[in-house]
Design a protein around this ligand. Structure first.
Ligand SMILES: C=C(O[C@H]1C=CC=C(C(=O)O)[C@@H]1O)C(=O)O
Length: 402
């Protein structure tokens, strides 16, 4: 988020903001641009993407800024399905700290995990990948991202602050977030032992920038094409080189870049598109990444207009988007909810930062529902895609102490 304001008050540190987080009431966001704690709710904006959400938010923020009657910023999350309501709020107060949350951020102990239940079962996921490969061969579908869920149950209620602290790793420059959701939005309504009473909280550490806007400068960094990391540094480097040289992963990546460039061009006066992807490391997975940089053509364009134009990118949906959506509906047994949506903030100037909501889970009492997906293209291997989703799930699992 934007740097802290000049003023008399002591600037809090990012760790202070985490210590002050009330997970069921506040939103926390931490990226290289800074850390922000959005305290309480002055106004809830739970509209779906499909109404003119960017226009409604921009009008509201401009009015608030003009009347100086509160914080002119909106923070929160948007779901994968564009017809479902967002979890966006205009907070009562916005507290800001420079820099990202560090690993020293205070946190409690990791929970004791007592059960893990994949949905679908791993064999069924492999079968879904095979079915997706058949669909790729039969029609105009070129790519589909198939996700699977993992329901983790702990012995006691999961401490959201401790989970956020564990995700703020020194070896990861992901955007870390915690967003309270409406009571019925988690998808986890019961555990093996009974009904869950606590409202859900979306928590994660996304490596993928959907889009940011800073004084007219547009930045998007799509990720697609992945390989699991190895503990041995030589093997790890060899896997990264193999990913960069992999024809299947380069094709999977190119489909995302092409779709994003198509979506961004109408909004941009110029857009720089590198010819080849680069490597990005997360703690558990290597990715192919492309940095798209441009300038907006119209000064009234906001970061939310750009996010709306891009979502869902083929890094979480597929291409063409209609057949990909149909394949997801047919093959994924668990609704995605807020997974694979967007999470971030926007202010009255239109500036903002939106991450793709991946490497995340929904915490509800003792239960956490994790999701991870993998892009399926011609040449994908069911075992490798299962391993890739396992490595993606490992980030949250290890933060949970599983
Ligand atoms: C859909 C996910 O990752 C996306 C982002 C990076 C690489 C991806 C891939 O290689 O399939 C996915 O497109 C996820 O983490 O759940």
């Amino acid at each position: 988020m934007a740097p802290p304001r000049e003023g008399g008050e002591r600037t809090p540190a990012a760790a202070d903001l985490l210590a002050a987080l009330r997970p069921h009431e506040d939103v926390l966001w931490s990226s290289a641009r800074g850390t922000a704690l959005a305290r309480g709710t002055a106004e809830r904006l739970d509209l779906p993407w499909t109404v003119d959400l960017p226009g409604a938010v921009a009008d509201r923020l401009r009015a608030v800024a003009a009347s100086r009657a509160g914080e002119a910023v909106v923070v929160g999350a948007l779901p994968f399905r564009t017809g479902e309501p967002a979890a966006l709020v205009r907070p009562e107060r916005l507290l800001r700290a420079p820099g990202r949350l560090g690993p020293a951020a205070a946190g409690g102990a990791a929970p004791v995990v007592v059960a893990e239940e994949p949905s679908p079962a791993e064999d069924v996921y492999r079968d879904s990948v095979r079915t997706a490969l058949d669909l790729l061969g039969a029609g105009d579908l070129e790519k589909v991202v198939l996700a699977r869920a993992l329901d983790v149950t702990a012995r006691e209620d999961v401490d959201v602050r401790a989970l956020v602290a564990a995700l703020a790793r020194p070896d990861d420059d992901a955007r870390v977030f915690s967003v309270p959701l409406a009571a019925d939005a988690g998808g986890v309504t019961s555990t093996a032992s009974g009904v869950v009473g606590r409202p859900p909280v979306l928590v994660g550490a996304s490596p993928e920038l959907l889009v940011s806007l800073t004084a007219g400068r547009v930045l998007a960094t799509p990720l697609a094409g992945s390989t699991t990391r190895a503990a041995d540094p030589e093997e790890d480097a060899a896997r990264a080189r193999a990913l960069l040289a992999s024809d299947k992963d380069r094709r999977e990546h190119a489909l995302v870049v092409e779709a994003m460039v198509r979506a961004l061009r109408p909004w941009c006066a110029d857009l720089v598109v590198p010819e080849a992807p680069e490597l990005v490391a997360t703690p558990t997975v290597w990715h192919l990444a492309t940095r798209l940089e441009g300038r907006t053509a119209d000064p009234s364009t906001t970061s939310l207009h750009l996010a709306r134009a891009l979502h869902p990118t083929p890094a979480v949906g597929g291409t063409p988007s209609g057949p990909a959506r149909a394949a997801i509906d047919r093959l994924e047994p668990v609704d995605r909810g807020f997974y694979a949506g967007a999470v971030g903030w926007t202010d009255a100037s239109g500036d903002g930062e939106w991450a793709v909501t991946i490497r995340c889970g929904v915490v509800q009492g003792r239960s956490v529902r994790l999701h991870a997906g993998a892009g399926i293209v011609r040449g994908s291997d069911p075992d490798a895609e299962l391993a890739e989703t396992t490595a993606k799930l490992a980030l949250l699992r290890s933060a949970l102490g599983a």
